[in-house]
Design a protein around this ligand. Structure first.
Ligand SMILES: [Zn+2]
Length: 76
């Protein structure tokens, strides 16, 4: 069984070794993992690395972004 959503090229380094390009999150054991945002770059250094949370943000449709920006926390 494999849970890999997309296979990165074999010669690309583990994205967990890099910080998230969107939020600066640094991976360590037990933390949310990092993934390449795209495999279209010629070299891994040119590809964006994002944590799974930011990857989800990037995949979110624009309409959802607008709803998020309009959200206000309730004060106690
Ligand atoms: Zn992130």
């Amino acid at each position: 069984m494999t849970d890999a959503p997309a296979a990165r090229p074999d010669d690309w380094p583990d994205p967990n070794d890099r910080t998230c390009d969107d939020c600066g999150h640094v991976w360590f054991a037990g933390e949310r993992r990092h993934e390449y945002a795209t495999f279209e770059a010629a070299r891994p250094e040119e590809a964006d690395v994002v944590c799974v949370l930011c990857r989800r943000q990037r995949e979110r449709p624009r309409a959802d972004d607008e709803r998020w920006s309009g959200w206000e926390p309730q004060s106690p």
